[in-house]
Design a protein around this ligand. Structure first.
Ligand SMILES: Cc1cc2nc3c(=O)[nH]c(=O)nc-3n(C[C@H](O)[C@H](O)[C@H](O)COP(=O)(O)OP(=O)(O)OC[C@H]3O[C@@H](n4cnc5c(N)ncnc54)[C@H](O)[C@@H]3O)c2cc1C
Length: 385
């Protein structure tokens, strides 16, 4: 076992960190305050290869391994979880799903444009009555002539209000549950009956776009199916295996950002005539953050190692996502504590870290669902269907 990053991975880390420090971190607070989705940042990421990390070069990606993909995601997440969420959706949920399930024609048509940032994608699984129970989809897709006609509502969809393209999971067979679902690629500008409404006043991720999607007799070409008819649940779960990996890596970034901010502050802030970092109770908080961060990062890398080997990584990914997201909430909470009152205002970034960390224990499967997956995988017994 080798814990050292390769020379290429070190270079990628440095590149992603420099980009995040120069282009993302300086505007993160203002974007958060103004709930401003900053598309320009994504356009700048594309030429550096950051929008297509694990996508093969023949489809316009950077052809990187999954550890490198995690490193990029961690570094972006260290600066801003809203940008990281957009990145995770674009690369892990949309591009990797098309890579895994798309026809050669779909891969050629969409992947290069997604990697260049010319197209922005979203992944629409959740519905008002289908959250954790993702198979309980009400959105319908009916084949009429040479078109599929979609009807239904999707909610809490990242990027939906700003995306050009959506992967939509819909029911094509009412007599079946999981096997009755199909995934579709919908190009927003090319169809009628696809509208969105932004979800406002979120606790965190304020500069990430989150929206509802309304599909009203939305007719799309017959060849818009991603994977086969009836394979939508598999497409969705495969997408979530990749998405959760990316969320976990982003949470390592939040943890690291909490350490960096807390160490800086604990060295500078003086009380009782000494830096607060010299108090052992403050050191205790920093030590717990450091241990959590190291553990979370290693869990992400382990999941990445399994992905690099081309093996099923559901268990390793859920362990990493569960641990890293909960660790990020703990770290951000302690980082605020270390900053005292100053941590309670956005003069320092730690309050944003807490608001942004919380969603990672909810989206792409709540912590409870991750524990059910881990239990199911280990016991080889279904806790839920
Ligand atoms: C900012 C944001 C962005 C999002 N982006 C996307 C996106 O891009 N695409 C997308 O499709 N979705 C997205 N989501 C939706 C997200 O994935 C769902 O909210 C999540 O899966 C949980 O579903 P729910 O909110 O309906 O909660 P529910 O499923 O109603 O769960 C409520 C509570 O019950 C618990 N619970 C439910 N079932 C069980 C069970 N069997 N055992 C134990 N506890 C259980 C849950 O853990 C939770 O604590 C996003 C959500 C947010 C907040």
């Amino acid at each position: 076992m080798d814990f050292e990053l390769t020379t290429e991975q070190k270079t990628i880390k440095e590149l992603a960190r420099r980009f995040a420090s120069e282009e993302i971190a300086p505007v993160a607070r203002d974007n958060d305050r103004e709930c401003h989705f900053h598309r320009d940042i994504l356009q700048k990421m594309a030429p550096l290869g950051l929008l297509g990390g694990p996508i093969p070069e023949r489809y316009g990606g950077a052809g990187l391994d999954y550890i490198s993909h995690a490193i990029i995601t961690e570094e972006i997440g260290r600066a801003c979880s809203s940008v990281r969420t957009t990145l995770s959706v674009q690369v892990s949920l949309v591009e990797l799903s098309i890579l895994a399930w798309g026809t050669e024609e779909q891969k050629q048509r969409y992947l290069p444009a997604l990697c260049k940032g010319e197209l922005l994608g979203c992944f629409a699984l959740t519905e008002p009555n289908a959250g954790s129970d993702a198979a309980n989809q009400s959105t319908s897709a009916v084949l009429r002539g040479d078109k599929w006609v979609l009807n239904g509502t999707k909610t809490w969809i990242s990027n939906a209000g700003v995306a050009d393209l959506a992967i939509v999971i819909a029911r094509t067979d009412k007599t079946k549950k999981h096997e009755g679902l199909t995934a579709f690629i919908v190009e927003k500008e090319k169809v009628q009956g696809f509208t969105t409404r932004d979800i406002l006043h979120k606790l965190g991720l304020r500069s990430s776009n989150t929206a509802e999607i309304y599909l009203e007799d939305c007719a799309i070409p017959k060849d818009s199916v991603l994977g086969g008819v009836g394979e939508g649940f598999k497409v969705a779960m495969g997408g979530l295996d990749n998405g959760r990996y990316s969320v976990a890596a982003g949470c390592v970034g939040i943890c690291q950002a909490c350490i960096d901010a807390s160490v800086r502050y604990a060295r500078e802030r003086v009380q009782f005539d000494r830096p607060i970092g010299s108090f052992q109770l403050v050191q205790d908080m920093i030590a717990r953050m450091v241990v959590d961060t190291e553990a979370a990062r290693l869990l992400v890398y382990k999941a990445g190692h399994v992905k690099n080997a081309g093996l099923k990584s559901t268990l390793e990914t859920s362990i990493a996502k569960y641990f890293a997201s909960e660790a990020a909430v703990r770290a951000a909470n302690m980082a605020i504590q270390i900053h005292g009152s100053y941590g309670y205002s956005d003069e320092f970034p730690v309050e944003r870290y807490l608001r942004d960390a919380k969603v990672a224990t909810i989206y792409e499967g709540t912590s409870e669902i991750q524990k059910l997956i881990i239990g199911r995988e280990v016991l080889d017994l279904k806790a839920f269907t």
